[in-house]
Design a protein around this ligand. Structure first.
Ligand SMILES: Cc1cc2nc3c(=O)[nH]c(=O)nc-3n(C[C@H](O)[C@H](O)[C@H](O)COP(=O)(O)OP(=O)(O)OC[C@H]3O[C@@H](n4cnc5c(N)ncnc54)[C@H](O)[C@@H]3O)c2cc1C
Length: 384
């Protein structure tokens, strides 16, 4: 067991961090406020191989693991550019297709994931199901050689900028994953107005008897549950790394300010009322990063049984929880440290508030993580 990252991972972090610094938080916020996408950054990260770092080498990727992809996501977020679609497209969709897709599906989709030229959204959340994925109603049925998809999904990120969406649907034997191109007939969507400062938008999707070819179903229709979990654990690990990256940015802004700002005889950072919360959050960020790296290491070594208290699922949930708490506390305390400046556009902290709260809600809420740990790790009975 090593607590030191490999030289390759350290070099990857440094290179990504330099790319992120080239764009920075001002670029990210300006794009979001103008209703534009961070296309230049996505394309450059794709060309440099950072988005495809976990795609197998034979399909043009870096051949690394989720730990590498999470490092990319964290460093971009720490540079002020948290890319929500990274949590979805290369982490869930590419991983599931690489692990379970047929040879044709891998050849069709993976090279685009490897260089970032392909983007895919992921849709599991439904209006009447929410946190309860046992209540999903979107269903798919066979019709000769084709599949027919019907249902509604909500809060789906980035549908206006992707080529296709990986949909979790229900069929007789349980969940199944289907790839739906955004130009499929019968597939429409509308945008949900959100008060988040983020370039990625959220949408409600409508599938009205959408006809799909036989190869739209990823892998085996009978192994859907395993395949869904194979995507959800990377999603949690990526959500955690995006959160710890943003938390690092918030604390670094707070510390810079606290060292310089002086309204009594000493800089405000010398007052323990400010120094201790910052120190506490710094510790919490490091703990969350450690758990995120553990979860990624377990996942990358194949220890990801759907429900096991000793494997990647537990660690990914714990990492996601810890990171969500850390980023919410970090942004809040960074704002407090800045006083009135914490709410100005110039210091760029208030614009982080919505995304920092999102980490407690998605991709899995704080309460559902606590439920998971209570039931699986502690074997407590469930109330729902
Ligand atoms: C910005 C954004 C982007 C998103 N992107 C995507 C995406 O790309 N794809 C996708 O599929 N989804 C996406 N989501 C959806 C997200 O995963 C859900 O919002 C999240 O899982 C919570 O579901 P819900 O909003 O329906 O809340 P609900 O399930 O309605 O829960 C509401 C509250 O009740 C609590 N609660 C519910 N059940 C229990 C229980 N048994 N015990 C204790 N508390 C409980 C929850 O924790 C929460 O606090 C996104 C959401 C947002 C806000």
């Amino acid at each position: 067991m090593s607590f030191v990252e490999s030289d390759e991972r350290i070099a990857l972090r440094k290179a990504v961090s330099e790319l992120g610094a080239k764009y920075g938080n001002e670029y990210f916020v300006a794009k979001a406020k103008a209703g534009e996408k961070t296309t230049e950054l996505w394309e450059e990260a794709g060309k440099l191989g950072y988005l495809g770092v976990a795609v197998p080498e034979e399909y043009g990727g870096g051949g690394g693991g989720i730990g590498d992809l999470a490092a990319v996501c964290e460093e971009l977020a720490a540079a002020g550019c948290p890319l929500l679609l990274m949590v979805v497209s290369p982490a869930i969709c590419a991983t599931v297709i690489a692990r379970f897709g047929t040879e044709e599906q891998k050849s069709k989709w993976l090279p685009g994931f490897a260089d970032g030229t392909l983007k895919m959204a992921f849709a599991i959340t439904e209006p009447d199901a929410g946190s309860n994925s046992h209540r999903l109603k979107t269903h798919v049925r066979r019709d000769g050689d084709e599949w027919i998809l019907k249902g509604t999904k909500t809060f789906i990120s980035g549908i206006d900028e992707v080529d296709a969406v990986l949909v979790v649907a229900i069929q007789k034997t349980g969940p199944v994953l289907v790839v739906v191109p955004t130009n499929a007939e019968g597939f429409t969507w509308h945008q949900i107005e959100m008060d988040l400062v983020a370039p990625e938008k959220q949408f409600t999707l409508f599938f009205d008897d959408v006809r799909l070819p036989s190869d739209a179903v990823v892998g085996s229709p009978d192994q859907g549950l395993l395949q869904v979990f194979a995507g959800l654990n990377p999603e949690r690990i990526m959500g955690a790394s995006m959160a710890t990256g943003s938390a690092r940015l918030a604390i670094s802004k707070a510390v810079t300010y606290a060292r310089q700002r002086q309204v009594w005889d000493n800089p405000i950072g010398s007052h323990q009322g400010l120094a201790h919360p910052l120190a506490k959050i710094h510790i919490e960020i490091e703990l969350a990063r450690l758990m995120t790296q553990k979860a990624a290491a377990l996942y990358d070594s194949g220890r990801d049984k759907p429900v096991s208290e000793k494997e990647a699922g537990e660690a990914a949930n714990m990492a996601k929880y810890a990171a969500g708490e850390a980023v919410a506390a970090a942004v809040d305390q960074a704002i407090q440290t800045h006083g009135g400046n914490g709410l100005t556009s110039e210091f760029g902290l208030a614009s982080m508030l919505g995304m920092s709260r999102l980490s407690r809600i998605a991709p899995v809420s704080r309460e559902m993580v606590l439920n998971f740990v209570a039931q699986n790790s502690l074997k407590l009975p469930r109330s729902y």
